[in-house]
Design a protein around this ligand. Structure first.
Ligand code: BEZ
Ligand code: MG
Length: 604
């Protein structure tokens, strides 16, 4: 399950990150390689970008403790993120844009898009941080004055954002969790607030309320649909850059809570890939779709296989129907096959497999009614598999139930359709999931690898080649599409191997060690399902937590069970061929493992 806690404390990584070169093996020149000055500059810039990416990432530095407010010094980073986004509903403009406009006349995104503007970018980021610090220590007026003096931002323009920050910071310092719990236990009514994270929607504060979802008929919202266009384009651009053409088909993972938080960004991305837009009925419900003309789309319609979580299926029943309707609509458009991959694939399958149209067009899959999850995470965590293929097969076994309506308009919801799903996956060349929250990343919980890893393994064994695996990060101002491998590196640097993160966890004693161990286990999940973990990540985990005696002693005394699992997982990574390590490191790990075992059995 998702952890009950929310990480409460965040910081961005300000310290020098010495070993970051490990995140970018491509930057290291081969021995004796002669670099031109231009190439050297390009690589240095690339390294700089990567350092900045880690530095600017919000890093949880501890677990939320129920009923307690977060530490105040960590508020600055959260507020900086909140202040980076436009909040049109509150009439508050992004401070980043206001400063960028004041200093250069352009908005922040255009400045970021130009490599030549590094100094200006740093100046804007620095001024924003100073303004937030000043706001926290001295209040609104000194902060608006600073922005006026140094960023040429009129105070009446920055004021609405500072008023929002004032409210957020006040609410972060109050906490009604325990009080609400006691009242709920006493049978009292607890008012509800929206479900999201602070950056996406500051109205979630104060905590300690019930959470309400959204009306599924509003999904995707107009703004989610508009945001999704850029992500879908970046995703296809990335694939094209690597492969020189569009993918024949993609597989997408859609989750319920994420689509609540983003009002359906994941759903909207799927619609964009197919090249359709939602239409609204007289009650303003998104119940229909219409094709975006190919002349407007300027690219082929991509075939999309959607696997949705059980939670999504339960919460977004009308949306499932919308997605199925979209695929069926696209499949019958009178368009050239080379510009409509859904149509091409459906026609091909009918011709070669003797499938009916209704069999060949199924693209929306979930669990059987009443069932949840893929169980791939349990199989990995319990080391209950021999061939990796079993992980992908389990995914399909759990998720091969189709949703939608057939050509006669009859519901097919929950019909087992294994053959159709297997067949649809044989064509998939890229898999993808949108990450919606800065609170939980791909190594924080086992659900990302059970879903995105599970489907990728299922594709690999059916299509007979490993798909390109992507994630997008719509958490910050700049939308990034990264490969899975890049995301694993980034998460490892920003969290698992980052002293700020692990020291923050270790403050929680027993639970903190368990969190570190979880991170390694989830990282291992990406080896098992997608072979996406570099050797250096396992090397560094061994070095940081086990080869360092002082650290090992701390882990051992705080939580010997998790310490034992940690070393066991590393050894398993080696045995299964996911990690190549020196024999002396392995020997030492075996020793540590047996001494922890002795400790647990009370021998020492
Ligand atoms: C969901 O929101 O759909 C979801 C939540 C936790 C795990 C998997 C899916
Ligand atoms: Mg490897």
């Amino acid at each position: 399950m998702r952890p009950e806690h929310l990480h409460s404390a965040y910081e961005t990584e300000q310290s020098q990150i010495e070993a970051t070169i490990g995140t970018a093996p491509m930057i290291r020149p081969a021995q004796n390689e002669e670099l031109s000055a231009e190439e050297r500059d390009r690589r240095v810039l690339q390294l700089y970008e990567q350092l900045l990416e880690i530095e600017q990432r919000l890093i949880p530095t501890g677990l939320h403790i129920f009923g307690r407010v977060g530490e105040s010094q960590q508020q600055a980073d959260t507020l900086r993120m909140v202040a980076s986004f436009n909040r049109p509903e509150l009439g508050a403009q992004s401070l980043l844009d206001l400063i960028a406009q004041g200093l250069s006349g352009s908005d922040y995104d255009s400045i970021k898009a130009n490599d030549g503007n590094l100094q200006l970018r740093e100046q804007i980021d620095r001024l924003l941080s100073q303004a937030i610090e000043l706001f926290l220590t001295q209040g609104i007026e000194p902060a608006t004055n600073l922005l006026q003096d140094e960023g040429k931002v009129e105070p009446d323009k920055s004021l609405p954002m500072f008023q929002l920050l004032n409210q957020v910071s006040f609410e972060l310092e109050s906490n009604q969790e325990l009080d609400s719990l006691m009242r709920a236990l006493g049978g009292e009514y607890i008012p509800a607030g929206p479900g999201a994270d602070i950056v996406q929607n500051p109205q979630i504060l104060p905590t300690g309320r019930n959470i309400h979802a959204i009306n599924p008929y509003h999904v995707p919202s107009v703004s989610a649909f508009s945001r999704a266009e850029g992500v879908a384009n970046s995703l296809l651009d990335r694939y094209r850059k690597e492969h020189g053409r569009y993918p024949r088909a993609m597989a997408l993972v859609l989750w319920g809570l994420d689509n609540i938080k983003t009002q359906g960004e994941g759903v909207a991305q799927a619609l964009w890939l197919l090249g359709v837009r939602p239409t609204r009925d007289s009650l303003n419900r998104a119940t229909g779709v219409e094709p975006i003309p190919l002349e407007v789309l300027q690219r082929p319609r991509i075939d999309v296989v959607m696997t949705v979580s059980g939670i999504f299926r339960d919460l977004f029943s009308p949306t499932l129907q919308l997605l199925d309707k979209a695929v069926r609509l696209v499949a019958v458009l009178d368009e050239p096959a080379e510009l409509n991959y859904v149509r091409r694939n459906v026609i091909e399958q009918i011709a070669t497999d003797n499938s009916s149209f209704d069999e060949a067009v199924l693209r929306v899959f979930s669990n059987a009614p009443g069932n949840y999850g893929t169980n791939v995470n349990f199989m990995v965590m319990d080391s209950q598999w021999d061939q990796e293929r079993a992980l992908g097969d389990l995914f399909v076994t759990r998720k091969c139930f189709a949703y939608g309506r057939n050509s006669q308009g009859e519901s097919i919801d929950g019909t087992e359709a294994r053959e159709s799903m297997d067949r649809a996956l044989t064509r998939v060349e890229a898999t993808y999931q949108n990450i919606d929250t800065f609170e939980i990343g791909i190594t924080d919980v086992d659900h990302y690898f059970e879903y995105l890893g599970g489907i990728s393994k299922a594709v690999e064994t059916r299509a007979h080649s490993k798909p390109s695996i992507y994630l997008s990060d719509t958490l910050s101002r700049d939308i990034r599409v990264r490969t899975l491998e890049e995301t694993v590196r980034l998460e490892s640097r920003a969290k698992t191997l980052n002293p700020k993160w692990f020291e923050g966890m270790l403050k929680h004693g027993f639970r903190g060690v368990a969190e570190i161990e979880n991170h390694l286990a989830n990282t291992f999940g990406w080896s098992a399902t997608a072979d996406a973990v570099d050797d250096w990540i396992y090397d560094e985990v061994a070095k940081t937590f086990l080869m360092d005696e002082a650290m090992l002693d701390r882990l051992r005394s705080l939580n010997p069970h998790s310490a034992h699992s940690l070393v066991g997982r590393l050894l398993e990574a080696e045995v299964r061929g996911y990690w190549e390590s020196d024999e002396d490191v392995l020997g030492k790990l075996r020793e540590i493992s047996s001494s922890l075992e002795d400790q647990l059995e009370g021998v020492i």
